[in-house]
Structures are given as structure tokens and as C-alpha cells.
Design a binder for this molecule. Structure first.
Ligand SMILES: *[C@@H]1O[C@H](CO)[C@@H](O)[C@H](O)[C@H]1NC(C)=O
Ligand SMILES: *[C@@H]1O[C@H](CO)[C@@H](O)[C@H](O)[C@H]1NC(C)=O
Ligand SMILES: [Zn+2]
Length: 476
């Protein structure tokens, strides 16, 4: 990355709690120096003039001096996790041992499973040059300056609950969600009442087919040829092609029947990753569960010949594990096209239920990231159509594809499996399969019902008269 000019450039890390949704207009230069959210911090790269004029915000943040020319800037950070996971293999390594591990030149030797081509590619990239410089260390993460090769193979080397994300090459315009988009959601919320047609449509979501779909994605189905869904693997495009064919085969109609640009978006990410150099990544929960929910929703729409009044997009993203790369590109494109996105709901990990806990719906906390009006809609819809779910906030910024939409000023929120810190011990692990204790298909279904009921209520719909009996067997 180049930061030309004479003034030294400074990276400013400001906690989301200090600067939740919008940068005040008085700090206009910071709005043009924004590089994204990493862990619980927003990153700005500002020149001296900007820093001086933003003095009071500067005091809230941590400043890191950058050279005029840096390699790629990469954030590696540990996700906040349930205290029970701290100290287990799923979670630690502290920062020291992690950085030591990242700097060891040898690719781990104990790695013989999985996609051979991917393994060779990662190894080759890693061998090319292990160039890492630690620019800044925080309590739960570090800012690195790293060569291209390292950036491309870094995520696969991390422990499960550590994540990496490269900074974009250009600043991201910091666009707050406009008041009129929030007003539109408040209007939709006020009109939400129990509707028996909506209830019968969402009750049509079939667990039997969901099980099959998730097991195909995770490779547990013997008919599946997927061993990993790492975005750089040869299996990933096969997974994408399979998903595309499945979505198309449902025949679900997603184009709005009225003359409107209004669009609702449901997302999930179909990629996954391993840890410590392991390339096999079944990802039945992360995010086979959210992706399976999207397919289940498409099937339920088709089953009843639902025709939405506004437009619907069902998006399965790749590159989430490398820092929401796919959704970031897509959301930016939608913004450039002037898209009219009413809401975006990201489903990332819906399946894991801790023994003894009730089924749950964790919602992104709008005090940290996301749109309060949308979270309220999801909560109220859940109480109506999936009353079995206990609802609560995620006590940390979720870190998934909804961030990319929020970043572009579109109302966005995440739905998650737990109203608390993550506790899935198989996260980013070869053990993330669906046949295991705690993997709960009924909880996926309950949350998928909330997603589908939300778009039915907000986008509006009619049931198309076909004159034919629907072919229920084919879609079940
Ligand atoms: C990477 O380097 C190690 C030794 O440092 C070597 O054994 C291995 O074959 C190399 N891998 C590739 C793909 O070049
Ligand atoms: C949403 O749910 C809350 C809590 O049950 C309730 O107080 C509120 O009236 C609901 N909002 C609408 C618009 O129905
Ligand atoms: Zn995920």
C-alpha cells in the first residue's frame, strides 16, 4: 500500500463503542479516511492535517505510525469467545505464540488430509517469503504488514477462533444508513401482525431437505464430492455450481411483481476454512447452516408459489473467511448501481446449541454494528412465528457479511445461533459436521422461519394461482 505525500500517515484505531454508527459531520476528513472495521475497532488512515482537525476523536483511539510505503496491512485478531473455550485448542495460543507460529518457515507437516492442490498452493505461497512485520499489538489482535503471499495463505494457518482480514487498497466511503431507510423499516414494523398465510408458508420449511443440503455441502453425504469449501480450493467453485443449480431448480420467483426498485437481501457465506494449516473444512455449521437455510427458504417460496411485491436477493458469498471479500465487492457494486436495499440479513452459524440451553436467536447489537430498526423487526417476527427461540444480542460485533452492507449505508443485521459469545468447539475445524452433539437442525429451521417471515412482511407478497396442484413431493 502506498501513502504518498510528505506528511506521515497514521492509522487510527477507534473502538466501536466510542464511535458506533456514524462519524459526526465535523470530522469530515475522517469519513474519507475509513478502511473498515476490524474486531471491535474502526480503522482510519489519516494524514497530519486530518489528525489535527480530529483531535478529540484521536484521543479516543490508538494511533499507529505507518511508513510512506507499507506492504499489505492485515489485521489478525481473536474473536471474543465463551469463557469455557479460553485455554482450549479451539481458542488459544496467545498472541506471542501465534506470531511465532506464523513466522516459522515450515508449513505444518502433520497435514495430510484434504485438498492436495490447495495444500500445495498454500505451501508454495508460504515458502515464497514469510514476510511479516508487526506494526501494532493490542490485547486481542495485531496489525501486520505482510507480503501478498502471506496475505493469501494467512487465514489457513491461524488457530480456529483467530481471524485475519486485509485492508482494502482504497478507503471506503463511510456512508451512514439514511434516515429515510430507517423510517421505511419503522413503517414496516408498525404493520407487523400475525398473518396465518405467512405462518403456513414459513411452516413449509422442511428439515428433511435441509439435512440433505447441509450434508451435501459438508461432504457428509456420500454423493458429495466436496472435501473443503476454502475459497482457494478446487472444491469451492464446485460448491458454487451446485448451489446455483439447486437455487435454480427450486423455481422460486424472486423478482418483484410491482414496479419498484425496493429490494430485500438474505445472505450467508458458503466458504469455510480450516486451522493450523489444515485444508479440509466441512463447515456444516460455518456456514453450511446459513447457506442451507437460504436454500430451504428458496424451496419454501417455490412450494407455495409466493410472488413477492418487492425484489428479493438470496446471496451465498465466498471469501468471507478472508475478510468478507465477496460481500464487500458485491455491496460496493450495489451502491454504485444506486440499488434500493431495504434490508440485508446475514445468517452465519445457526446450528450449534449448547447442551441444556434453549434454542436461541442471537441478533447483532446495533449499539456496535447494524441497524436497530431491522433488529427490532427480526425480534418481533421471531416472537410471532418462532416463539420457541430465546432472543438476545451478540455481545460483540458479529463479523460477517452484513458488515459489508452496513459499510455501504444499507440497513443490515446478523442472525446467529446464540445470544452470547460463540461456543461451538468445532469452529474452523474438521469436526464441523452435522452429525454431532449440539448440532440442531430444528434451531436452523426456527431461525430460517424468522428470515422468511421478515421478507414476506417487509417485501409484501401474493400467492400465484397456478390452477395446478403444486408438486409437493418434488419440493419437499
Ligand atoms: C516448502 O518448503 C519446504 C522446506 O522448507 C519443502 O519441504 C516443501 O516441499 C516446500 N513446498 C513447496 C510447495 O514448495
Ligand atoms: C415489538 O415487540 C415489542 C416487545 O414485545 C412490543 O412492545 C412492541 O409493541 C412490538 N412492536 C410492534 C410495532 O408491534
Ligand atoms: Zn462464518
Amino acid at each position: 500500500m502506498r501513502f504518498p505525500g510528505l506528511a506521515p500517515f497514521t492509522l487510527l484505531l477507534v473502538s466501536l463503542r466510542d464511535l458506533p454508527d456514524e462519524v459526526p459531520a465535523a470530522y469530515d476528513c475522517l469519513r474519507r479516511s475509513y478502511y473498515g472495521t476490524y474486531g471491535a475497532k474502526r480503522a482510519f488512515i489519516a494524514d497530519r492535517a486530518c489528525l489535527e482537525s480530529s483531535f478529540s476523536l484521536l484521543q479516543l483511539g490508538t494511533a499507529v505510525r505507518l511508513d510512506e510505503e507499507e506492504d499489505n496491512l492485515v489485521w489478525v485478531g481473536r474473536r471474543p469467545v465463551d469463557p469455557s473455550l479460553i485455554g482450549t485448542a479451539a481458542c488459544d495460543s496467545g498472541l506471542d505464540s501465534l506470531l511465532g507460529f506464523l513466522q516459522q518457515p515450515q508449513w505444518p507437516q502433520d497435514n495430510r488430509v484434504g485438498d492436495r492442490a490447495l495444500q500445495m498452493t498454500l505451501q508454495m505461497l508460504w515458502n515464497e517469503s514469510v514476510q511479516l512485520e508487526v506494526l501494532h499489538r493490542g490485547p486481542d489482535g495485531a496489525l501486520l504488514s505482510a507480503s501478498d503471499a502471506v496475505v493469501r495463505s494467512l487465514d489457513a494457518r491461524l488457530p480456529p477462533y483467530w481471524r485475519s482480514a486485509a485492508f482494502p487498497a482504497e478507503p471506503i466511503p463511510l456512508i451512514p444508513v439514511p434516515p429515510r431507510a430507517k423510517a421505511r423499516l419503522r413503517e414496516a414494523l408498525a404493520a407487523i401482525r400475525f398473518n396465518h398465510v405467512v405462518a403456513s408458508i414459513v411452516n413449509g420449511i422442511s428439515v428433511r431437505k435441509l439435512v440433505k443440503d447441509v450434508r451435501y455441502l459438508s461432504g457428509e453425504d456420500p454423493a458429495s464430492d466436496l472435501a473443503t469449501r476454502h475459497s482457494f480450493s478446487e472444491d469451492a467453485p464446485r460448491a458454487a455450481a451446485w448451489l446455483k443449480s439447486q437455487f435454480e431448480a427450486t423455481g422460486a420467483s424472486l423478482t418483484g411483481s410491482t414496479d419498484t426498485t425496493e429490494t430485500v437481501v438474505l445472505g450467508a457465506h458458503y466458504d469455510d476454512r480450516g486451522s493450523f494449516g489444515e485444508v479440509r473444512a466441512p463447515g456444516a455449521n460455518d456456514d453450511g447452516s446459513g447457506t442451507g437455510a437460504l436454500l430451504a427458504i428458496a424451496r419454501a417460496i417455490a412450494r407455495r408459489n409466493v410472488v413477492f411485491r418487492a425484489n428479493v436477493l438470496l446471496c451465498a458469498f465466498a471469501g468471507e473467511e478472508q475478510g468478507m471479500v465477496g460481500s464487500r465487492a458485491y455491496a460496493r457494486e450495489l451502491r454504485e448501481q444506486g440499488a434500493n436495499i431495504m434490508l440485508m440479513v446475514q445468517a452465519d452459524m445457526l446450528a450449534y446449541r449448547v447442551l441444556g440451553e434453549p434454542p436461541q436467536l442471537g441478533l447483532s447489537d446495533p449499539r456496535l454494528l447494524g441497524t436497530a430498526e431491522l433488529t427490532q423487526i427480526l425480534a418481533n417476527i421471531s416472537a410471532i412465528y418462532s416463539p420457541e427461540l430465546t432472543i438476545g444480542y451478540l455481545p460483540y460485533p458479529g463479523g460477517s457479511d452484513h458488515e459489508s452492507f452496513h459499510e455501504q449505508g444499507f440497513p443490515a443485521a446478523q442472525v446467529y445461533e446464540r445470544a452470547g459469545f460463540p461456543k461451538d468447539p468445532m469452529y474452523h475445524n474438521t469436526g464441523d459436521v452435522s452429525e454431532r452433539d449440539g448440532y440442531d437442525f430444528d434451531q436452523i429451521r426456527s431461525i430460517a422461519k424468522v428470515e422468511l417471515a421478515t421478507i414476506l412482511h417487509v417485501a409484501g407478497f401474493d400467492l400465484e394461482e397456478t390452477g395446478n396442484e403444486p408438486d409437493l413431493d418434488g419440493l419437499e
